[in-house]
Design a protein around this ligand. Structure first.
Ligand code: SAM
Length: 282
């Protein structure tokens, strides 16, 4: 199947009178090799129901449709959402019945809004909301087993950062609650139109069970948010407002077997869960 190249992307945008906006992270892929690579690295199979967030003009959608059972494409821009079935009917009529388009904000969708339960996420994400979108989907779609997303290179590093690294932070810990996360290769800025100011990176996510804990996800995430709100402080100080007082924080940390003089960037998601179990806010 032929994919969208630079000339087609521009003429489609012109036809639809689309001026790509930064606000919606509208940078469209104009390179067939890049979308093929995304699909290959995603490792999707003919059984997969793929959720794609932000299909845009359809570059990645067309590449996906040839490989999977169904693509559920969620697009916030109503003009792009309305055009996508038309583009697919023209370029790949044999696959058109396997595409569903949901015109919605990915941050607000729920399982009920989707026509099928997705098994995989494959997306070139809008950069300003990439982390919240990934976390929201992992939370609301338990059927999602894995994902391959393209995000800003710096965000890819943060998502995949291990404990102890300088860039380990809230996105790293929260993503680790749901999945094994690793970087899956760099992508240069020139594969996009318009070209963004930064390079991109691929991130692979493989669902895993959350750490064994009696604390809820909300309780664990509250500790994570508090610990990194003041990341230079020791946990004893950073968790004082979460616990009520610094000594209550020290008590929870000691009970959890964590040294109160450590900093959040040294803790694994399991460590945060242990602290939440011993926290005063239940
Ligand atoms: N997948 C296309 C490609 O690779 O060429 C476009 C990717 S572009 C980086 C991001 C897309 O996400 C745009 O089409 C934009 O309109 C859409 N988008 C932005 N915010 C969104 C949101 N909250 N929910 C769903 N789609 C969104």
């Amino acid at each position: 199947m032929s994919l969208l190249g630079p000339v087609e992307v521009r003429s489609l945008a012109e036809k639809l009178n689309i001026r790509p906006t930064k606000k919606l992270g509208q940078n469209f892929v104009i390179d067939g090799g890049t979308v093929r690579k995304i699909v290959r690295v995603a490792g999707v199979t003919p059984e997969d129901v793929v959720i794609e967030i932000g299909p845009g003009l359809g570059s990645l959608t067309l590449a996906l449709l040839g490989e999977v059972a169904r693509v559920v494409a969620v697009e916030i821009d109503p003009v792009l959402a309305a055009q996508l079935p038309v583009t697919v009917a023209e370029k790949a009529p044999e696959h058109a019945d396997r595409l569903s388009v949901v015109a919605a904000d990915a941050l607000r969708i729920n399982l009920d809004d989707l026509p099928a339960e997705p098994t995989a996420l494959v997306a070139n994400l809008p950069y300003n909301v990439s982390v919240p979108v990934v976390l929201h989907l992992l939370e609301i779609l338990p059927s999602l087993r894995r994902g391959l997303v393209m995000v800003q290179a710096e965000v890819a590093d943060r998502l995949a950062a291990p404990p102890g690294s300088k860039i380990y932070g809230v996105p790293s810990v929260k993503a680790a609650w749901y999945a094994e996360v690793r970087r899956a290769g760099p992508v240069g800025r020139n594969v996009f139109w318009p070209a963004p100011n930064v390079d991109s990176g691929l991130v692979s996510l493989v669902r895993r069970d959350p750490p064994p804990t009696s604390a809820t996800r909300e309780q664990v995430f509250a500790v994570v948010d508090a610990a990194f709100a003041q990341r230079r402080k020791t946990l004893r100080a950073a968790l004082a407002s979460w616990a009520g007082t610094a000594s209550a924080a020290e008590h929870a940390l000691t009970e959890a077997g964590i040294n109160p003089s450590e900093r959040g960037e040294q803790l694994s998601v399991l460590d945060f869960a242990k602290i939440a179990e011993h926290g005063p806010i239940r």
